[in-house]
Write a protein that binds this ligand. Structure first.
Ligand code: PRP
Ligand code: URA
Length: 210
C-alpha cells in the first residue's frame, strides 16, 4: 500500500467495525458504534500531539506533570457523515475548535459538490484533524483538504473508518503531506463508487435516510 497511511487494527475496532458493516445493524447501533470507534481511532490519530509540563500538587507531593502543549486542536467534519466521527473526537478533546465542510457526491459523476463551509479563524498553527468515515474515490476528502489548506491549515491529518485502495492512492497523490488514519483498507470500489465490501452509504445508515 503506497501513501502515508496507518491502519489501526485493534481487535476492539475490528469487532465494532464488523457490527457496523452488517446490514441488519440498526441506525441507533450504527451511530453508537461509529462514535465508539472514533474514540479508539482518535487515540492513534492524536498520538504525536506535543506535551508540555506543569507544576501541580498531588495529595502526596509536588509533581512536574505532562499537559498538552500548544494551540487548541481543530476538528473539521465533512458533512454529513463526518459528524459521526466528530462526536467521539469531541469527547476526547472537548476544547477543540470545530469546522464543517459540506460536500455531497454527485451520484453520476462522483464529483464532490460543496454546499457549506465554516472554519475556525487562525487555523494555521493548530493541529487539524479532518474527519469523514468513508474514503472511496477520495474526491470529497481531496476537496475538503484543499479548502482547509486554503484557509491556512498546515498540520493536517485525515481520519476515516474505511478506505478503498483507489482512494488512498488518489488522496496521497493530491495531499502527500497529510497522513491517513483508518480502521480498514477494503478490497476495491464498485461501478457506483461504493467501497466493497464496505458498509454501504455511511450518511444514510447514520441517519436512516434510506
Ligand atoms: C460520503 C462519505 C464521504 C464520501 C466519500 O458522503 O461520507 O464524504 O461519500 O466518497 P468519495 O471518497 O468518493 O468522495 P456523501 O457524498 O454520500 O454525503 P453524505 O455524507 O451527506 O451522505
Ligand atoms: N460513500 C459512502 O457512504 N459509502 C461508500 O461506500 C462510498 C462513498
Amino acid at each position: 500500500m503506497t501513501g502515508n497511511i496507518t491502519v489501526v487494527d485493534h481487535p476492539l475496532i475490528q469487532h465494532k467495525l464488523t457490527l457496523m458493516r452488517d446490514q441488519s445493524t440498526s441506525t441507533a447501533s450504527f451511530r453508537l458504534l461509529l462514535k465508539e470507534i472514533s474514540l479508539l481511532l482518535g487515540y492513534e490519530v492524536l498520538r504525536d500531539l506535543p506535551l508540555d509540563t506543569t507544576d501541580i500538587q498531588t495529595p502526596v507531593g509536588p509533581m512536574e506533570a505532562p499537559i498538552l502543549a500548544g494551540k487548541k486542536l481543530v476538528l473539521v467534519s465533512i458533512l454529513r457523515a463526518g459528524n459521526g466521527l466528530l462526536d467521539g473526537m469531541l469527547e476526547l478533546v472537548p476544547s477543540a475548535r470545530v469546522g464543517h465542510v459540506g460536500l455531497y457526491r454527485d451520484p453520476e459523476t462522483l464529483i464532490a459538490v460543496e454546499y457549506y463551509m465554516k472554519l475556525p479563524q487562525q487555523i494555521g498553527n493548530r493541529p487539524t484533524v479532518l474527519v469523514d468515515p468513508m474514503l472511496a474515490t477520495a474526491n470529497s476528502a481531496i476537496a475538503a483538504a484543499q479548502r482547509v489548506k486554503e484557509h491556512g491549515a498546515m498540520d493536517i491529518r485525515f481520519m476515516c473508518l474505511l478506505a478503498a485502495p483507489e482512494g488512498v492512492k488518489a488522496f496521497s497523490e493530491a495531499h502527500p503531506d497529510i497522513p491517513i488514519f483508518t480502521a480498514s483498507v477494503d478490497s476495491h470500489l464498485n461501478d457506483h463508487g461504493y467501497i466493497v465490501p464496505g458498509l454501504g452509504d455511511a450518511g444514510d445508515r447514520m441517519y436512516g435516510t434510506k
